[in-house]
Design a protein around this ligand. Structure first.
Ligand SMILES: [Zn+2]
Ligand SMILES: [Zn+2]
Length: 463
């Protein structure tokens, strides 16, 4: 078996690894590159391998940096199977359609600006066709990826709904080798979903592991919920609103869940909570469709049939309802996309609320450089929303505890568990991390006796 590292190699986005065995080719993920606009656009257009050489795709989870280029494969003629967990498939129905819409809008904008026709990376039709070749499979069951050559099994990665680590077994010339691909590893104790399960059902010969936070530790998950409660209480006491920019899929549901827990325990006052994002509303429905992947050890999951419905919460869908929130008097929580406050309805709420010192802007996710979210984190005195300069007088609070990625200690623990059942483990290949994080984790793992390397794009490793 041979692995070629195509995307998320020495960087975080564009997850894609090419597995070749006995003349067959399987892609692990086919994600979108994100970041600097022009550079990413160029990288996204180039397929990792010609479509007619790909025998199957095995997808780890629905995030766009892992699944975002699947419709491009289909647009270029890919008709074979894309394997995923059932919840991942259902989330992809929303996320790939959303991504297609963004591609189409971007192309329209560029066409107008450059006065020449710019084709979108892919269209809504391609996103819909992608769903037709996606097959949902349960955790813990082998499935035949390429019959007789490659089979695989998903275990829970505890990162987002439906996320998986993958055990891949390939047979070539009568010899069978096993590769473990971590996907994105979550954190223990995250709301709703189960804790990450290291793939220890069989022994592995090599591991491809993510390394997003290879150089830092997070604050405990429980602290984040306590802080959320405190921030809501303090802001409500000032008569202000809590504005939360959040990713529509995953983060919004966690926040709603935690507010539900806090409301039930009467740890927050009875103020209205608005989820002002159509995509988040749809994604919440997908969550409700998959109680089989919920963490049954959590009290709320055990006690309440509807995790996301309680008297204080409203899901606003249409634009009129959303606009009405601008004239709302008195304390409220407003959760809206986009996560980095670059687009979406959160912009309207910031335009109306950022200058009021009674309000709080609550940051619950990573804000990349050059985004409005980052300028809020930096507490700039003025921010630009819809072209207008607005004084940033609202209180800014930052909660890092909502990260969906394992920190360096959790990654090492995950890997130790795999090594514990793998006497023939030869190599660990780090992916999905900035060089700084990867180099730090390489040092830490080498000190524990692992043979670690961080493959660059295009590098190959034999197994
Ligand atoms: Zn992810
Ligand atoms: Zn990722």
């Amino acid at each position: 078996m041979e692995i070629e590292f195509s995307g998320a190699a020495r960087e975080v986005t564009g997850s894609c690894h090419i597995l070749r065995a006995a003349g067959k080719t399987v892609l692990l993920d086919c994600g979108m590159f994100q970041g600097k606009r022009k550079e990413s656009a160029e990288k996204n257009k180039r397929l990792p391998v010609p479509v007619d050489e790909i025998d199957a795709v095995v997808l780890s989870h629905a995030h766009i940096d892992h699944a975002g280029r699947l419709p491009l494969l289909v647009a270029r003629g890919y008709e074979r199977t894309i394997w995923a967990t059932s919840a991942t498939r259902d989330l992809c129905a929303l996320m790939l359609a959303d991504s297609a819409q963004i591609q189409e809008k971007d192309a329209e904008y560029l066409s107008r600006k450059n006065k020449e026709t710019v084709e979108p990376l892919y269209s809504m039709k391609d996103a819909v066709q992608t769903l037709e070749v996606m097959v949902g499979v349960p955790y813990h069951k082998w499935f035949e990826v390429v019959p007789g050559v490659v089979r695989a099994m998903y275990v829970d990665a505890g990162h987002i709904l439906g996320s998986a680590s993958v055990i891949v077994e390939a047979t070539e010339n009568g010899t069978t080798k096993r590769l473990v691909f971590s996907g994105d590893v979550g954190r223990s104790g995250l709301a709703i979903i189960r804790d990450p399960e290291p793939p220890t059902r069989v022994a592995a010969d090599a591991v491809i592991m993510e390394s997003t936070y290879g150089n830092r530790d997070h604050v405990p998950v429980d602290t984040a919920r306590d802080d959320l409660g405190r921030i809501v209480r303090e802001t409500a006491a000032r008569g202000g609103k809590i504005l939360i920019p959040a990713f529509a899929v995953g983060r919004v549901q966690e926040i709603v869940y935690d507010l539900h827990v806090l409301a039930r325990a009467k740890r927050i006052p009875e103020i209205p909570i608005f989820i002002d994002s159509p995509l988040a509303t749809d994604a919440t429905t997908v969550f409700e469709m998959h109680p089989e992947v919920f963490d049954r050890s959590e009290a709320l999951v055990q006690d309440v049939p509807k995790l996301f419905e309680f008297p204080l919460v409203r899901f606003t869908r249409d634009v009129a309802e959303s606009k009405a929130l601008n004239t709302l008097n008195g304390p409220a929580v407003i959760v809206a996309a986009s996560g980095m406050a670059e687009s979406g309805r959160i912009l309207h709420h910031l335009a109306h609320g950022a200058s009021d010192p009674r309000n709080t802007v609550l940051v619950v996710g990573f804000m990349a450089e050059h985004t409005l979210g980052r300028r809020i984190v930096e507490r700039r005195p003025m921010i630009k929303v819809f072209g207008d300069e607005i004084p940033l007088r609202a209180r800014i609070e930052i909660l890092n505890g909502y990260s969906a990625h394992a920190d360096r200690t959790e990654l090492a623990r995950w890997l130790d568990a795999v090594r514990g059942v793998s006497p023939s483990l030869r190599e660990v290949w780090l992916v999905h991390g900035e060089p700084e994080a990867q180099d730090a984790l390489t040092g830490a793992l080498s000190a524990k006796g692992y043979r670690v390397s961080c493959p660059a794009p295009g590098e190959r490793r034999a197994l």
